[in-house]
Design a protein around this ligand. Sequence first.
Ligand SMILES: [Zn+2]
Length: 158
Amino acid sequence: MHCPFCQHGDTQVLDTRVSEEGDSIRRRRRCSHCDKRFTTYERIELAMPTIVKKNGSRAEYERGKLVASITLALRKRPVSAETIEAAIARIEEKLLSLAAREVPSDRLGELVMRELKKLDKIAYIRFASVYRNFEDVDEFAEVIREVRPKKGVRRVET
Ligand SMILES: [Zn+2]
């Protein structure tokens, strides 16, 4: 840690404290060269991975894009904003838990599909049709079969 006043490389830690919230550490330092004092903070950095698209191009993870595509899939469906928010939080947690610098967009897509499948079947089919880029009606039918309750099994909508 360089001194901000004289750029000297040798500084001494006088005091270390954890913030009340427990999410940062504050250190009081003294420059051993000019004797000036300054404070540094350490915070936990939760970095989202870079998303690698199919064509190899990379993009920063953007929460807004994720929210937009999920909201679009859930348009006019009976799913509350809180439920959507919780699903997005789970997707982000999962992304962080991968602890990878880069994640293929496919992987992100699968995480979204998994959440939508739990939230709303129609939204799931909508998202899948765009995301998987269905080329024929058979692929579409396949996804519908996936979410359709089996014959003879009564499902209670919750
Ligand atoms: Zn200094």
